[in-house]
Every structure is written in C-alpha cells, then in structure tokens.
Design a protein around this ligand. Structure first.
Ligand code: FAD
Length: 501
C-alpha cells in the first residue's frame, strides 16, 4: 500500500464476519476507503447464535445501544452453557460465566473447594456460582441490584443469544451509514499482481473489476481469496475434533425461555438449543463416520420444544484453521479463517478478536512482515488453546460402550492439553497463559463437570481453620441464593429491557 494516498480495503463477503469487519473498520480505520462485495445468490451460513461476554466490548466500541441491539437481533441474555449427558447419561453441569465462590486469601476459590470436597463438606460447584443459580431458576439481572439507594450484590457476567443474520443486517446499516460502499455481485475471479504476488483485484461475474490495496476474505468456508487465490493451506484438526457435520433447524418456542445455551450429548455428537425472542435455534453437531444425516435429522426433530419452522439444513465442515490467517495483503476472517464447532460459542468471538488485533497493527502502507508474523502467531495461540478446551469436553467422558464416545475418550491429545490436565490432577492448579481466552474458572467448571478429579490442592488452603472454611462456603452460597431470589425472571426482564421501560 502507498501510505500517502487513501487506501482501499475490500471486504469480500457479507456474512457476520464481513459486516462485523465493515462496521469496525468504518468506525476505526479512518482515512481508509472501505468497500464490501457480497452475493445474495450465495447467501450466508446464518446459524451463529450464541456468544460469550466479550461481545460487549465489540458492541460498545461501535457505540451500539444494548436494548436496540436486542430488539434488532431478537436476542436474549445468556448466563452460560449447560452440558447435559456429557460425562454420562443423566449428568448435567454448567460452564457459567463470571466468578465462582469467594477466595479466602491468596488462592483461587478452587483450592478451598477441593479441600472442602476432600473433607466431605463441599456442595456441588453450582451452589457457589451466581450465574448458574440464576440460570437454573431462569432469572436474570443486569448491573447491581438496588437496595434502597445502594447497589448491592455481585454483577453478573452475561452474553447473548441472537440471530446472526439479523446482527449482520444491523451492522450493515451501521457500516453503510458510516460510508462503507456495498457492491452486490458474485466474485468470479481473483487477480494477483504478477510482480509482487499480492492480490490486486477481484472481478465480478458481470465484468466489474474491483481493485484494492488490502483484502479481507469473509467468503465463508470457500476462502475464495485466502485459499482459492493464495493457496495458504489448512491445518486439519479433525483427528482431535472428529465431528464434521451440522444440521440446523429453528422451531417454535415451548415456553421454556432459559437464559443459557443447552448442549446435549447424543449418540455421535451433541445437540444445541438456543432460545431467541421469535424462535428456538436448534442443531446437531455430529461425526459422519458414526451417524448418517438421516439419523441426525431424525434425532434432532424428535427433540425439539415446538414445531419445526423449516427442514433441517445440513452443513459440512472440517475442523481446523488456515495455516496463516494473514497472508500477504489478505486477512481471513470468520469461516474463511477456519472453523471449530460451536460447543463454547467461540466463532463470532474469534472474528471480533481478529478484527481488534488487526486494527492494532493496521497497515498504513504495505503490511510489514513482522506485523503479519505477529498476527499469525497470536492467531495460532488463540485458536489452539480454544481447540484444547473443546477437546477436554470430549476426551473426559464416561459414555462407555458408544463407539463415537469411546473413540474420543481414547484419542491422542495435544501436549498442551495433556500438561494442563496432569497439572490439575496432581495439584488442583490451572495454568492459563496470558491472552488465553478461557479463564481458570471456565476450565475449573469443565474439568469438575467432566469428572476429572484433582487429587491435590494447594496446601496453603489448609491455613484457613476448618470452621472458617465452612462459614465461607455457607455464607457465599446464602448470599448468592438471596441475590437470585430477588431477581426478575429472565423473560420478564428481557421484555422490559427491550421495550425500554
Ligand atoms: P458466511 O455466513 O458463509 O458468509 C459468507 C459471505 O461471503 C456471504 O455474504 C456470501 O454471499 C459471500 N460470498 C461467498 N462467495 C462469494 C462470491 N463468490 N462472491 C461474492 N460473495 C461471496 N458462531 C458463534 O459465535 N456462535 C454459534 O453458536 C455458532 N454456531 C454455529 C453453528 C454452525 C453449524 C456453524 C457452521 C457456524 C456457527 N457459528 C457460530 C459460526 C458463525 O455462524 C460464523 O462464524 C459466522 O456466521 C461468520 O460466517 P461468515 O461471515 O464467515 O461466513
């Protein structure tokens, strides 16, 4: 790029990734001309519906009003994810957002809980999680409760369920209002500069040529630029995460308006359930080696809250990521960058995170190789640690005698995950590297929920006299139960919030 003239950034694709990029760049990449091209004939994937709390940062950076956003996207609040049957049939635990328990000193809560558990007086983890207690009773609050004139109790961490198609449409309006130019049309070819090898332009099927200095590939699984034109290569992770199909179907709501995502283990994968204002999003993620599409559709349709609103739609994928997310003058975002199943609702977050890391390195002229390498190293780290977290849910299962679950229990694990599990088992310590997405509390809940026992805990936890530890646990639980009791029901709170009353 020539730094003296106005630079053009062309975004190829207008799904969630394309419009998130367009909205953010039009807000923060002042001085750049932003152009987006998309094809209505191709359409979008449009199933992404569950998010994690970091989405607040993205929306806030764009100056989005929360009530308007929930109205526009038909969204609901999300306090965590429930995992049913993942350890074995009949079990249930939650990865709830936010803190768990209270610490009594230098150590994280898990060590006190492990000590109490070994002594036989710890209650299940959920009794010390404000989010889980609220979620299970379908209650919700935002900010702190008011008691008279004072704010009381802990603040809840929350994310949203929303219709990703509506979110993209909402962001499109924001981006276009800020000057993004949209071209409707099908990209028929991508041209590279003969001298440098960089991408020079895209040509639409009606002959229009769109040249730019920098390209953002948001063309979905196709990866038209990053793979089709640049042949970047793909790291296939299906040896760790063998599910390769999804089947999605929306249905009518059945009245159970849970402020959490449900993930229900099935014969060869799992089913999601995501309540929105106008429908419930459902889907199956499964391994085609263990389950046919027909069986998956049958299981899905047999387990809906209400009438299906469409035929089940199959989606094929390979878990993994592009070898480089940023290659030459092209950045891949969203499904063009790679895909990991939505078990922990991470795809939209990965788009947001890549946009913010890209903005931090925004090239004023020709992108520097140091910036590209740095970006790609961060992406490798971020994606591989999320991959490890997803694998944990599968590998630590006791669904014995079911071929899919037996296979994932016995599979070889990445060294990074093995090291984490061993450290936990022996010491109760959870090692989280800086910039790793999921916190110690998230790992704690999944390790405990999947029955991975820690035999040790930090002996400093023994410094607390037993009666004080008992009191700490009892008081923590009692305070949370009381706080939850005073909360409105999720559905009432949501209705009131979106109507602005
Ligand atoms: P797409 O939606 O596929 O958009 C691609 C765009 O490129 C479209 O606009 C299309 O028109 C355009 N395009 C393609 N080729 C051309 C061409 N030749 N010419 C012009 N335009 C072209 N994420 C979450 O965070 N939470 C979830 O719960 C979640 N669930 C998911 C469930 C499933 C089964 C799947 C597959 C994904 C899920 N995701 C989830 C991921 C989420 O849906 C995607 O990350 C997100 O929607 C981004 O998609 P995208 O914009 O990259 O691609």
């Amino acid at each position: 790029m020539d730094s003296k003239e106005q630079q053009t950034i062309l975004i190829a694709g207008g799904g969630t990734a394309g419009w998130m990029a367009a909205a953010a760049l039009s807000r923060f990449a002042g001085g750049h001309r932003i152009v987006l091209v998309e094809s209505e004939a191709i359409g979008t994937v449009g199933v992404g519906e569950a998010t994690i709390p970091q989405i607040h940062l993205f929306n806030a950076a764009l100056g989005i009003d929360e009530a308007e956003f929930l109205r526009e996207t038909k969204g609901s609040f999300k306090l965590g994810i429930e995992f049913d049957g993942w350890l074995r049939e009949g079990t249930s635990y939650m990865h709830a957002f936010g803190a768990i328990g209270r610490s009594a000193g230098l150590l994280p809560f898990q060590h006190y809980w492990l000590r109490a558990k070994q002594a036989g007086f710890a209650k299940p983890l959920q009794r010390y999680s404000l989010n889980e207690l609220a979620a299970r009773t379908q209650r919700m609050q935002r900010g702190r409760m008011q008691r008279g004139r004072t704010a009381a109790g802990a603040e809840m961490a929350y994310a949203y369920h929303f219709d990703a198609g509506l979110y993209a449409a909402y962001l499109r309006r924001i981006a276009e209002a800020r000057g993004v130019t949209r071209h409707e049309g099908m990209i028929a070819s991508v041209e590279r500069d003969r001298a440098t090898g960089d991408i020079a332009s895209v040509t639409l099927d009606d002959g229009r040529v769109l040249a730019a200095d920098f390209f953002i590939d948001c063309t979905g699984f196709r990866g038209l630029l990053i793979e089709g034109a640049l042949g970047t290569g793909f790291d296939d992770w299906s040896n760790y995460l063998p599910c390769d199909r999804a089947m999605a179907v929306p249905c009518e709501g059945g009245g159970d308006f849970t402020p959490y995502t449900r993930s229900i283990a099935r014969k060869a994968g799992w089913q999601w359930r995501i309540p929105l204002q106008h429908r419930i999003g459902n889907g199956m993620v499964y391994s085609s080696a263990h389950l046919s599409d027909d069986e998956a559709a049958e299981t899905l349709l047999a387990n809906l809250d209400g009438k299906p609103q469409a035929d089940p739609r199959p989606i094929r994928f390979t878990t993994g990521k592009r070898r480089k997310h940023w290659n030459r003058n092209c950045l891949a975002l969203g499904l063009a960058a790679g895909f990991m199943e939505p078990l922990e609702s991470t795809s939209i977050h990965l788009i947001q995170s890549a946009i913010s890391r890209f903005l931090a390195l925004l090239p004023a002229g020709k992108p520097s190789q140091a910036a590209i390498d740095h970006f790609n190293a961060q992406a490798d780290f971020e994606w591989s640690r999320i991959r490890d977290f997803l694998i944990l849910h599968y590998t630590a299962n006791e669904r014995r005698g079911q071929p899919f679950w037996d296979a994932v229990r016995d599979m070889a694990l990445p060294d990074t995950l093995t090291a984490k599990i061993e450290l936990w088992r022996e010491t109760g310590f959870i090692h989280r590297e800086r910039e790793e997405l999921f916190t110690e509390v998230a790992w704690f809940q999944v390790l405990a929920g999947q029955g991975v026992e820690a035999t040790g805990y930090n002996p400093m936890a023994d410094a607390l006299p037993e009666d004080q530890l008992r009191a700490l646990l009892e008081e923590t639980e009692a305070a949370m139960v009381e706080q939850v009791r005073a909360m409105p029901r999720h559905i009432d709170f949501l209705r009131q919030f979106v109507s602005g009353q």
